[in-house]
Ligand binder design. Structure first.
Ligand code: NAG
Ligand code: NAG
Ligand code: NAG
Ligand code: NAG
Ligand code: NAG
Ligand code: NAG
Length: 358
């Protein structure tokens, strides 16, 4: 009796003095929710990596872009790019087991290759439309409605975005980049496809009135061998990274390789400045649109060649970034595997042409 009431008293005392305030309970519930959620995410993650070890992702490239074949022997994705669980094949008899079948648009456009529209498609298989050409140059896409599940392009809205290049943030600031000291020409331009109707040709003609522009390539009948390209361009203060088509986000190796990798300052003509700023620091290039006239641009460029301090400011970003160029189709395709789990699982492009009208 006495014992019981003393127990009850103690309980009341505990309730009164140790009852956790509501906020504490809410905090406790929140923390335990977050913990169990992160455990769940962890587990999902583990299962994911587990699956990629036991189940390879198979990517079938239906035909090679521009007709050039590359070797797929051995575990290419693992050996060359450190990507595991990713099998790249070009053997069409593997069509049943492929998770993704990739079709490069250029050969379809020229009717060199045809879409195997009668092929039996396993339920989980997805067809990928691939093009790195400016959207205007893809030909008539209306015949491909309701055929493709995914798009692969340089455009950021593609399901699989494959830029021509990108900047990699350095782990710590690097001072190993030095501006090539061999600069003797004001500007350089490598051009094969010179056409009067191109805006870039008019800009060149106008610049050439003021500046000493060195021309290389098929048009100038001065074709540079691969090994000579970067050393030659490095001798120029500026590189005319003029795209042949002005299309949103269409920024090619003219920026990444010819200008950045050569150690010169790109003068860009193509999509608007904001598209360039999405992928490169604003003080890493000079945009033609920034100037009232081409004459003003030419005067600005000449001014920079005479002012080493102002000129070198266009290289400051190199302390924080290095340039990564993508040129190998195998690398681009292997790079799908790490993002495979994030790709939309059920999707059909009902109107592919509309999609490329950005
Ligand atoms: C992970 O796999 C285990 C064992 O196959 C399974 O019990 C668990 O539900 C899976 N977890 C998730 C988040 O899919
Ligand atoms: C895969 O997951 C199972 C259980 O879900 C586990 O027993 C096994 O060790 C995992 N294998 C690897 C290679 O991670
Ligand atoms: C995954 O692909 C690699 C490389 O082709 C191969 O060695 C391995 O046996 C494959 N694993 C499975 C489970 O198919
Ligand atoms: C698809 O794969 C099957 C089975 O390997 C093969 O018989 C067929 O010829 C393949 N289709 C094409 C268009 O190559
Ligand atoms: C560029 O200007 C130079 C000197 O004025 C001229 O000789 C050359 O023909 C011009 N280049 C082109 C491709 O018009
Ligand atoms: C892929 O597209 C086809 C239409 O061509 C559709 O029937 C199929 O359900 C789609 N598959 C996936 C996985 O989205």
């Amino acid at each position: 009796m006495l014992k019981g009431s003393s127990m009850r008293w103690r309980w009341r005392w505990i309730k009164k003095h140790l009852q956790p305030p509501k906020t504490l309970i809410i905090l406790f519930l929140t923390i335990s929710f977050i913990c169990s959620w992160s455990l769940m995410v962890d587990e999902q993650h583990l299962n994911g990596s587990n699956e990629s070890i036991t189940n390879n992702i198979t990517i079938l490239l239906w035909h090679w872009p521009y007709g050039t074949r590359y070797s797929l022997t051995g575990n290419v994705c693992l050996r060359d790019y450190g990507i595991s669980g990713c099998v790249l094949v070009d053997d069409r008899t593997l069509n049943e087991s492929a998770d993704l079948v990739v079709f490069h648009n250029f050969e379809l456009k020229l009717h060199r290759e045809h879409l195997p529209v009668d092929l039996h498609r396993p339920a989980k298989q997805r067809w990928v439309w691939l093009s790195l050409e400016a959207s205007e140059n893809n030909g008539d896409l209306s015949q491909y409605n309701n055929l493709f599940n995914l798009t692969m392009s340089y455009h950021p809205h593609a399901d699989i975005t494959v830029p021509y290049g990108k900047l990699l943030q350095r782990k710590k600031p690097g001072l190993d980049f030095v501006i090539p000291q061999n600069k003797i020409y004001e500007a350089c331009w490598v051009v094969s496809n010179y056409q009067k109707r191109h805006k870039r040709s008019a800009v060149f003609q106008e610049l050439n009135k003021t500046l000493d522009v060195q021309l290389y390539g098929f048009f100038a009948k001065k074709i540079l061998p691969k090994e000579a390209l970067l050393p030659t361009i490095s001798r120029c203060y500026f590189y005319l990274a003029f795209e042949n088509t002005n299309s949103p986000h269409y920024i090619t190796e003219k920026l990444w390789r010819n200008a950045f990798q050569a150690g010169t300052v790109p003068v860009v003509l193509g999509p608007p400045r904001r598209d360039y700023e999405d992928v490169a620091p604003s003080k890493s290039f000079i945009h033609v649109d920034d100037f009232k006239s081409i004459k003003a641009l030419a005067e600005y460029l000449r001014g920079l060649t005479k002012d080493p301090k102002k000129y070198s400011a266009y290289f400051t970003w190199r302390q924080d970034y290095t340039v990564k160029l993508y040129t190998d189709w195998r690398e681009r395709l292997c790079n799908i595997c790490p993002i495979f789990g994030q790709l939309p699982t059920q999707k059909v492009y009902e109107d592919l042409r509309a999609w490329t009208k950005w």
